[in-house]
Ligand binder design. Structure first.
Ligand SMILES: Cc1cc2nc3c(=O)[nH]c(=O)nc-3n(C[C@H](O)[C@H](O)[C@H](O)COP(=O)(O)O)c2cc1C
Ligand SMILES: Nc1ncnc2c1ncn2[C@@H]1O[C@H](COP(=O)(O)OP(=O)(O)O)[C@@H](O)[C@H]1O
Length: 310
C-alpha cells in the first residue's frame, strides 16, 4: 500500500477505482466495502484508492475537541495496510478545503488527481461546500467526466448491522466483546510507557503506564481488562486498569498494565495493547492490602480466560 499524506503528492497516473470516507474503526462493514473496491480494481485493471480526510471534519468545522475516534490515524493506516489496498490518500481537511464547491472538488480531486473511473460510495454520502451534493449529483458529474458511480445501498449497510457509532457506544459501556466482534479484530490502544507513582512494584504488580498522545482517541469505560501485547517480538498477556486509581486518591485517568510472567524495562517504549475481555469495575479499596487481593483475583480470572482461549 502506498500512503499519501496529501492528495497533492499523489503521483500515480493510472486510472482508479475510489471509495471515500472516514472509515473510523475499519470494522467488518468497512471491510466489505474495501473488498468490493479491491475486487473492482482487479476486475477492471484499476488502481484501488481510499480517499480519507484528517482531521475529522467535525474537529475542524465545529472545532469539536470532544470527538473521540476508535482509531488514531496511525492505527487506521496500520489496519488498512493489511487489506491489500493499493493507495491510501489521507487529505488534510481544512476550512479552505471544506469551501470547495462540489464541482471543484470532483474535478480537482477525483478527476485530475486520482484519474477516477469508478467510485463506490454509500447511498447517503454528501460532499462539497456545506455538504450540499449527493450521490445523484455525483452520478451527473460522472457522466461529464467519464466515471461511473456504484452505490452501497441502505440494505447492504443494514445487513451488516455494524457502525462506528455502535462500536463507540459498546466501548464506552465497557462491552469489549461486542466491540471486538464488530471490529473483526481486537480494539487496541497505542502509546508510550511513562513513569507512574512507582507504587506497582511495591504491590508486587509492576504496572506499565500507557500515555496516548492523541487526545481524540476513544478510551473504553473505566475498569479492569484482560489484555495482550507484542513486546520485543513476543506475545505477552496481562491485566489492565483504566481509571483514576481511587484507592490512592489518583487525580487523573491512567491506563496501567501488569504483564504476566514478564520482567522488563518498558519506560519510553512504544507499545500497542489489545483489549480482550472486561473483568470488573474499578473500585475504591480501604487499603492497599485489599487492592492487592483484588489484583490477585484479577490475575486468576485473567489466566483462566487466557487458558480457555486456546
Ligand atoms: C489489574 C489491575 C487492577 C486495578 N484495580 C484497581 C482498582 O480497582 N482500584 C484502584 O484504585 N486501583 C486499581 N489499580 C491500580 C492501582 O491503583 C495502582 O495504583 C497501580 O497499579 C500502581 O500505579 P503505578 O504504576 O503508578 O505505580 C489496578 C491496577 C491493575 C493493574
Ligand atoms: N511484568 C511487568 N509488567 C509491567 N511492567 C513491568 C513488568 N516488569 C517490569 N516492569 C517495569 O516496571 C514499570 C512499572 O513499575 P511501577 O512500580 O508500577 O512503576 P510506575 O509507577 O513508574 O509505573 C514498567 O513501566 C516497566 O518498565
Amino acid at each position: 500500500m502506498k500512503l499519501y499524506n496529501d492528495a497533492k503528492t499523489y503521483d500515480n497516473h493510472s486510472p482508479s477505482v475510489v471509495t471515500i470516507g472516514t472509515f473510523d474503526g475499519v470494522h467488518i462493514g468497512h471491510k466489505k466495502i474495501i473488498d468490493r473496491l479491491i475486487e473492482a480494481a482487479n476486475r477492471d485493471n484499476l488502481e484501488s484508492v481510499i480517499l480519507t480526510f484528517f482531521p475529522h471534519p467535525r474537529m475542524v468545522l465545529q472545532k469539536d475537541t470532544n470527538i473521540k475516534l476508535i482509531n488514531t490515524i496511525d492505527e487506521r493506516i496500520q489496519i488498512l495496510e493489511k487489506t491489500g489496498l493499493d493507495n491510501l490518500v489521507i487529505h488534510p481537511f481544512t476550512t479552505e478545503f471544506s469551501r470547495l464547491t462540489a464541482k471543484e472538488y470532483v474535478e480537482q480531486m477525483l478527476v485530475d488527481t486520482l484519474n477516477i473511473r469508478h467510485v463506490i460510495i454509500g447511498y447517503d454520502h454528501r460532499f462539497g461546500r456545506n455538504r450540499n451534493s449527493n450521490i445523484t449529483d455525483l452520478a451527473s458529474f460522472g457522466i461529464q467526466n467519464n466515471f461511473t458511480v456504484e452505490e452501497i445501498s441502505k440494505q447492504d449497510i443494514d445487513d451488516v448491522a455494524v457502525s462506528s457509532t455502535k462500536i463507540r457506544e459498546a466501548l464506552l459501556e465497557g462491552d469489549i466483546t461486542k466491540a471486538n466482534k464488530y471490529l473483526g479484530y481486537n480494539f487496541m490502544l497505542t502509546g508510550k510507557i511513562v513513569k507512574g507513582k512507582e507504587l506497582g512494584r511495591k504491590l508486587e504488580y509492576p504496572t506499565a503506564n500507557l500515555y496516548i498522545k492523541e487526545e481524540y482517541k476513544l478510551i473504553p469505560k473505566r475498569g479492569v481488562y484482560v489484555v495482550k501485547s507484542q513486546i520485543n517480538n513476543k506475545t505477552y498477556f496481562g491485566m489492565m486498569n483504566i481509571g483514576n486509581n481511587p484507592t490512592v486518591n489518583g487525580q487523573h485517568q491512567t491506563i496501567e498494565t501488569h504483564f504476566f510472567d514478564a520482567s522488563f524495562n518498558l519506560y519510553e517504549k512504544k507499545i500497542q495493547i489489545e483489549i480482550l475481555k472486561r473483568i470488573r469495575d474499578e473500585k475504591k479499596f480501604n487499603s492497599l492490602e485489599d487492592l492487592k487481593t483484588a489484583m490477585q483475583e484479577d490475575e486468576d480470572f485473567s489466566r483462566e480466560y487466557i487458558n480457555s482461549m486456546v
